[in-house]
Write a protein that binds this ligand. Structure first.
Ligand SMILES: NC(=O)c1ccc[n+]([C@@H]2O[C@H](COP(=O)([O-])OP(=O)(O)OC[C@H]3O[C@@H](n4cnc5c(N)ncnc54)[C@H](OP(=O)(O)O)[C@@H]3O)[C@@H](O)[C@H]2O)c1
Length: 332
């Protein structure tokens, strides 16, 4: 009989380091040496280092594989989460072999025996086949190519449909920040009920919710659109003022407070903070937020992005959908 599968474990620090920043095209200033230095610095923190990447972050799985091989790290030292995001144009003709091919390519690029967590997304649920594709992923989990299945950017309805189909989903990676509180309108409660973890990106809004922003990046383009949804520069300024005030009291950074805000919600097991080309880090454990702090932060941003989780982004003709690329899986 097979040994029971150990459950998926969140990082003890509550922080996963995001590697979208290392992908070609995200923004200037990232050389291979700088990426390795950022990963080396992140690995110095106590406990295993958790990294988030994706099959569609061009060049990143291979880069992480190279870095791990050159440093001789073990599974106990570095835990990598990746994704399975089939290209939009492939959806109508996807088959079992395609799913296997992408997942095995991630495993081989990373140079690991099995993938710790593969987070699934399907660009257009009007195209049939998205539950079937998840079932093929679940087969790979049975084989041990994947240890755990997660999803990304699913609203409560879609997540419920996958769970009802028997897909053993353990995590949902969504945007959650002071500016974007869409997951708090039902999804978070559902995850608590069903024992699923939320992993949250966008907690710093690419740096807009920190003391200073760096050079232009795809993250800043994305989160400026989120700022527009919630009231523009005035609201952002108010949010930043409250973050700065709490940070000063705590002897911490604004980014620590912004990350702690997201991590403070019951279903949230970790925040995914992007690697910084300036060597910055955010440590939500550096601050203690009381109820009054949360009320002040919420009051600074009275409106959130309208609609369900990722609904605005799923509109490919709208401002959020127009800035995305739907064909990155075929890039190397
Ligand atoms: N599933 C999805 O759809 C999705 C979407 C977006 C992101 N993600 C994941 O989430 C990760 C995070 O990306 P994000 O776009 O949401 O960015 P973010 O974590 O909100 O912002 C990170 C950026 O903030 C800047 N920064 C400013 N002050 C900082 C501080 N004190 N500590 C750390 N960073 C500071 C850094 O940029 P500088 O280089 O300028 O210092 C850093 O790269 C990605 O790498 C990816 O893994 C997933």
């Amino acid at each position: 009989m097979n040994a029971p599968r150990p459950p998926w474990q969140p990082p003890a620090s509550g922080v996963i380091r995001g590697c979208w920043q290392l992908s070609r095209g995200h923004g200037p200033g990232w050389s291979r040496d700088r990426a390795f230095a950022a990963l080396d610095a992140a690995a110095v923190q106590p406990g295993p280092l958790y990294l988030d990447c994706a099959d569609i972050y061009t060049g990143v799985e291979a880069l992480l594989g190279e870095w791990m091989a050159s440093r001789g790290v073990t599974r106990e030292q570095v835990v990598v989460h990746t994704k399975f995001v089939p290209d939009l144009g492939v959806l109508p003709r996807i088959d079992r072999e395609y799913v296997r091919g992408i997942v095995e390519r991630s495993r081989d690029r990373l140079g690991v025996d099995g993938l710790e967590l593969v987070q699934y997304y399907w660009w257009d649920r009007a195209v049939p086949g998205w539950i079937q594709a998840a079932e093929w992923l679940a087969e790979l989990r049975e084989e041990g190519v994947i240890r755990h299945i997660g999803v990304t950017n699913l609203d409560r309805e879609a997540l419920g449909a996958l769970l009802d189909a028997g897909i053993p989903v353990v995590t949902n990676q969504v945007q959650l920040s002071l500016l974007d509180r869409r997951p708090l309108a039902g999804l978070e409660e559902f995850c608590v009920e069903r024992g699923l973890a939320l992993l949250c990106y966008g907690t710093l809004a690419g740096g807009l919710l920190s003391a200073s922003t760096g050079p232009e990046s795809r993250s800043l383009t994305k989160y400026r659109l989120i700022v527009d949804e919630v009231g523009g520069a005035t609201v952002l300024g108010r949010a930043r003022a409250v973050l700065a005030d709490i940070a000063a009291r705590e002897g911490a950074e604004m980014a620590d407070v912004a990350a702690a805000y997201a991590l403070g919600h019951a279903a949230v097991a970790a925040v995914i903070v992007g690697l910084s080309r300036r060597g910055l880090t955010a440590d939500p454990g550096a601050v203690r937020l009381g109820r009054r702090d949360i009320e002040r932060l919420d009051a600074a941003v009275p409106a959130t992005v309208p609609g369900a989780v990722y609904a605005a982004e799923r509109d490919r003709a709208g401002p959020h959908g127009r800035i995305m690329r739907y064909d990155l899986n075929r890039e190397r």
